[in-house]
Design a protein around this ligand. Structure first.
Ligand code: G4P
Length: 529
């Protein structure tokens, strides 16, 4: 590989932000984009989100699908580093898409509300990160509000998320008394001035030694004393930052700040570009693919339908895993064995969609697709590869599809299949009664499916509730054991879209019982082997 190409790949950072709704993900995204010059005014991202939540009208959902294509990937350049921020929708439209998006990033920033601590969706998302040991940086947000004691917060993160923490900065006071942070990382004191536009020019004072009397002059005797005690405690309890522990996902460096006030965001970004990983190697079924290989390869992790229902074309999001992608060059679509060529691949720099000539490992590009690509598909320069780590995750809500117009059965089936290929939901078939079961992570998905089936496919359906809470992919080395299990649980057995067998569990209790009584059967919460 040429030096130039190596440089291009090394200066890329592809990451996502995860958080529970309202912790401050949108606000932080916006501040990061401001630093990267990708947007000029604060409020641009927010404004789009506002329209999104202002209404549940389905025309709005349609419009939002257009917007969310543009905001799915936000590319920007900061200090000569090319950053790709991949959006992980985390609101009421939370779905499996969110999980799968995390397979396309190399690291994440986790935002936690200092007053709320670790919340459910953060927990779920971090679980997915842990499957691949994705490195995580934590930003504890809203320090300008009364929040939990920082030591308690760190304990909570360690306990609930099973990850070690390493504070990189430490807050001085909180809420009304919040004065700023002391950066343990670069030994600077960053002062917070509420209601003032902070950012690049925020006040930083170098304090190498915390016994320096200047500290008392700047933040007052009491706060200085408390900070000294806190730092003493913190540096005694937590080990020094070790990049390898961060890169292997064992330790999360912690920053404190206030996204709304743009406080602590620049330090976060500066540290992020220093420590976060450049494009990482990826596992395929046959071998590991490193980003610096000469030949191009990548996988599809997300598919977005055209907003215009009359045009069935879609945008498929490709994460490039190795080499260089070139416009119009013939590449292999491994699943079908066909050679394909893309004439208008798009990149998403500075929130603008533009056609690109080349893209490199680490980049995410949009490919115009007419229905050939599926989530999880691999594209290569000829090698027969299949990337791992793009599994289906267990849905949490299940409903039976009831066809309301028998004359449109074909349309219904086609629509369901295509929407599920887009990752809107998962489709299962129950051999016992040949019923189709749709599984999702969020309830809104059912409404979206109904609406889109009607408007895009002319099919009408109703969903009847099913009392299942999880789908487990089941396998066994002993075929007879599996066969017997399937035979004795007909109502709870279904096939996924790849005809893999799943067990639909009714409660945690009954699932635990089945697991303990069937030690020869492996129950997995994702579809991957
Ligand atoms: P999300 O994307 O994770 O859902 O969160 P978002 O950024 O939308 O932030 C949720 C709310 O928290 C917003 O208030 C936002 O202004 C506020 N917020 C974000 N960061 C901070 C912070 O550092 N300090 C304080 N005090 N608040 C913060 P909202 O009332 O829902 O919206 P808005 O009317 O303020 O726009």
């Amino acid at each position: 590989m040429s030096l130039n190409l190596k440089d291009e790949i090394n200066k890329r950072r592809t990451f996502g932000i995860i958080s529970h709704p309202d912790a401050g993900k949108t606000t932080l995204t916006e501040k990061l984009l401001l630093f990267g010059g990708a947007i000029q005014i604060a409020g641009a991202v927010k404004a789009k989100k506002k329209t999104k939540h202002a209404t549940s009208d389905f025309m709005e959902i349609e419009k939002q699908r257009g917007i969310s294509v543009a905001s799915s990937i936000m590319g920007f350049c900061y200090k000569k580093v090319n950053i790709n921020l991949v959006d992980t929708p985390g609101h009421q439209d939370f779905c499996e898409d969110t999980y799968r998006t995390l397979t396309a990033v190399d690291s994440v920033i986790m935002v936690i509300d200092s007053a709320k601590g670790v919340e459910t969706q953060t927990y779920k998302l971090l679980d997915v990160c842990r499957m691949r040991n994705t490195p995580v940086i934590t930003f504890v947000n809203k320090l300008d509000r009364e929040g939990h004691d920082p030591v308690d917060l760190l304990d909570e993160i360690e306990e609930k998320l099973s990850i070690n923490v390493c504070p990189m900065s430490w807050p001085i006071g909180r809420g009304q008394a919040f004065q700023g942070v002391y950066s343990i990382f670069d030994k600077q004191l960053y002062l917070f001035k509420p209601h003032e536009k902070q950012g690049a020019s925020q006040t930083a004072k170098k304090i190498d030694n915390l016994n320096d009397p200047r500290l008392n002059e700047i933040i007052g005797d009491d706060a200085a004393e408390e900070l000294r005690n806190d730092i003493d405690l913190v540096t005694g309890v937590y080990p020094e930052f070790n990049i390898d522990d961060y890169l292997s996902g064992k330790v999360t460096p912690i920053f404190f700040g206030s996204a709304l006030n743009n406080f602590g965001v620049k330090e976060l970004l500066d540290c992020f570009i220093q420590i976060s990983p450049a494009p990482l190697a990826r596992q395929t079924i046959s071998r590991e693919v490193t980003p610096f290989e000469d030949k191009f390869s990548g996988f599809i992790f997300k598919i977005h339908a055209n907003i215009d229902p009359k045009h069935r074309d879609r945008i498929a999001f490709l994460r490039i895993c190795s080499g260089e992608f070139q416009r119009n060059k013939k590449i292999l679509h491994v699943r079908t064995g066909k050679l394909v060529r893309y004439g208008s691949p798009t990149a998403f720099m500075a929130r603008e969609k533009s056609v690109i000539e080349t893209a490199y490992a680490g980049d995410i590009i949009g490919l115009h697709d007419t229905g050939n690509l599926k989530i999880g598909d691999t594209l290569t320069e000829g090698e027969d590869l299949k990337f791992k780590g793009i599994p289906n995750f267990s849905p949490e809500l299940f409903r039976i599809v009831v066809n309301l117009n028998p004359l449109k059965t074909k349309q219904l089936e086609k629509g369901l299949k295509q929407l599920c290929e887009e990752g809107v939901a998962q489709l299962f078939t129950r051999p016992y009664d040949t019923k189709k079961i749709v599984g999702t992570v969020g309830a809104l998905q059912f409404e979206v499916i109904q609406y889109r089936l009607k408007h895009e496919y002319g099919a009408e359906c109703r969903f009847d509730t099913l009392n299942f809470f999880k789908a487990c992919w089941i396998t066994s080395e002993d075929e007879k054991v599996l066969y017997d299990f399937v035979k004795t649980h007909p109502r709870q057995i279904a096939d996924d879209r790849d005809e893999k067998t799943v067990f639909l569990a009714e409660t945690q209790w009954s699932l635990d019982r089945e697991i303990s009584e069937n030690s020869n059967i492996l129950f997995k919460f994702t579809s991957e082997d």
